[in-house]
Structure formats: C-alpha cells, structure tokens
Design a protein around this ligand. Structure first.
Ligand code: SAM
Length: 327
C-alpha cells in the first residue's frame, strides 16, 4: 500500500467512488459527447503516470474530466495548477467536490465548461514560465481533429506549445493510437502517422481493454504520449505540409506519385511529378506507406519551391470541375 501511495502521489481526503457519484447524480453517459467513464483508480493513475514527472511548479490541463477519475489521479500528483475543460455542465457537482480537495493541497483548480476545440489556452495560461502537461481521456469524436489542431499550434509555437516541452498524454481508439505510432512500411502507416511524427515522438504507453469503461465502447483504447521534438523536422508552413501529406496518402496502395501528382493540374502533371520526385531524390514507385517522414518532407520542400515559381498551382484543386482547374 505504501508503494502505491508513493507511485500515485498524495492521498486525497475520503471521497465517494466515481461509480457512486455517477449513480448518485444520475450521470448517464451521453453518446453525442463520446462519454465513456473510467472507474478504476489504478488505470487512471497509470494514465497520469504515463505523463512522466509532474512538479509542484507545473500546470496540467485536462480535457474532458467528466466525473473526475483522471482528475483525482492528477490532483494526487500535486501540480501547481489544474485546468479542467469540460463541455458537459452536468459534472458541476462532482467537479466541485474535487475543488474542495484541491484547496488544502495548495493546488489552483480552474474549471471551464467549454469546447476544447475553441478553448484559448494562451488566454488562460498567459505566461510561459511554467511547464504545461496536456492530459485527457479524449472523446473519440474529436480526438484526431484536436490532435491536428495541436500539431498546427506546435508548428507555429503558439497556444499550449509556446514552450517546447509541452507533452500530450492522451487516449485514442486503439487503431488510431496504432496509426499515430506506426513505423514506415507498417500496416497502419497513414497520413496521421506522418503528421504525428513530423512534430512529435509518439510513444504507445499501454492498451486499456474496452471493458474497463462504462459504458463499454466497441473498441479497446490506446494511451499515447506525444513528446514534441526539440528540433522540428521542418520549417515549412503547416497548411502546406498538411496538403502535401494528404495528397500523398490519398491513394495509399498505389505508387506514391499518383496521389502526389494530384497536387498539379492535369496538363503537364506527369512531367512535373517526375521532375519533383527526382529533385527530392525519392523513388516514385514506392507506396505512400513506405515513405519515411524525411521523404515526405523532401516532397513538400520541392512542392514549396515549385509553387514559388508557379503560384497558380497552389490553388489547384483536383476535385474541382475541369473548367475551374486553375482558380
Ligand atoms: N475523463 C473522464 C473519464 O476518463 O472517465 C471522461 C472521459 S469521456 C471519454 C470524454 C469527456 O470529454 C466527457 O466528459 C465529455 O463530456 C467531454 N467532452 C466531449 N466533447 C468535448 C469537447 N469538445 N470539449 C471538452 N470536453 C468534451
């Protein structure tokens, strides 16, 4: 028991269990908010432990605390400040209970009932003197969107990423977690793998079986820690990289030149594509899942050079009707 206390941090005052609170306040999970609750303290402790060291000078932002299982585990680790962003106000009473626990531990607990996709982190954490951790058992419905938004912030060194040591410890559907971490050539390798590995080092921490959640989701869940790279692999603007990678992976099973080629108008497409692959020193008959991050970025570099001299190509949308090819 003593080892448990040490591992998971401070003891909190006695509280009803999460299961009891969910029952007491009739907190029926809402499907449209992707609510699946974790009741097992050992699992919530393990998620927070995956975030690494949390010092008393640190700030933690938790996405979607719900009834507060992970929140309790974070409080036991005693950050200086804990920011909760929760869309569903029904959790007001259960989260208020945790406010009471935070006070004697000298932890500033700020709860916002807001959408994390719109939440302005810079506004709520105006200075960058403290290290920030992002932690959350994410709602499945927004997890990849949120991640891509955060990569965009990371690339621009803004929002939560004005410092280069803001780690994200997040849950995803197991398959999505595997995609984020997938190596070159791997079965799960996709756009999300490359986008993730351009700006971070994603580490698969552990898998939580679906049956650990209430209600039980259809799938198991993967806990991933995303560590921002100290040296970003590219200085290219995020929208350009995102566009190139999206096109490369638009035809995952075909030669990668096929998807990349759709960045360019039909007329002259073959020559331009061939020429740019040569300049990037990438073999154009590889499949997109066989490309390394560096190869994708070289293709983005030569695309960037190409549009600098052919600015009309930047606006080309290959799905647009033919007579609107160059807008
Ligand atoms: N952290 C709790 C746990 O582990 O038991 C709940 C996790 S549940 C999978 C996801 C939580 O995110 C829910 O509490 C849900 O209300 C909240 N949520 C859903 N969409 C959200 C959004 N856009 N912004 C903030 N919170 C959101």
């Amino acid at each position: 028991a003593a080892a448990r206390v040490l591992q998971s941090g401070m003891r909190l005052p006695p509280l009803p269990t999460i299961r009891e609170l969910v029952k007491l306040y009739k907190l029926q999970a809402m499907k449209q908010l992707s609510q699946n609750f974790l009741m097992d303290e050992r699992l919530t402790d393990k998620i927070v432990k995956s975030a690494g060291r949390i010092d008393h000078s640190d700030i933690v932002l938790e996405v979607g605390p719900g009834p507060g299982g992970i929140t309790r585990s974070i409080l036991r680790r005693q950050p200086q400040r804990l920011i909760l962003v929760e869309k569903d106000e029904r959790f007001g009473e259960t989260l208020q209970l945790l406010r009471e626990c935070a006070k004697p531990l000298n932890i500033q607990l700020d709860t916002y009932y807001d959408d994390i996709l719109r939440f302005n982190i810079e506004h709520h954490v105006p200075d960058t003197t403290q290290r920030l951790h992002l932690i959350g058992n994410l709602p499945f419905a927004i997890s990849t969107r949120l991640l891509i938004n955060w990569y965009e912030d990371l690339a621009a060194r803004r929002g939560a990423f004005r410092r280069n040591d803001t780690c994200m410890t997040l849950t995803f559907q197991k398959e999505v977690a595997e995609r984020i971490c997938a190596p070159v050539g791997g079965e799960q390798r996709c756009r999300l793998s490359v986008m993730s590995q351009i700006w971070t080092e994603p580490v698969m921490k552990f898998i939580i079986p679906g049956k650990a959640f209430v209600p039980k989701p259809q799938v198991d869940v993967g806990v991933v820690k995303l560590i921002p790279l100290k040296q970003p692999k590219t200085q290219l603007p995020f929208p350009l990289v995102e566009r190139v990678v999206r096109h490369i992976f638009s035809m995952r099973q075909k030669y990668c030149r096929r998807g990349y080629g759709t960045l360019f108008p039909q007329e002259g497409r073959e020559e331009v594509t061939q020429n740019l692959f040569q300049r990037a020193e990438v073999q154009d008959t590889l499949r997109s899942f066989e490309l390394s991050v560096e190869q994708c970025l070289r293709l983005a570099e030569v695309y960037s050079e190409h549009i600098a001299s052919h600015p009309e190509v930047e606006k080309y949308d290959y799905r647009a009707p033919k007579n609107a090819e160059i807008l």
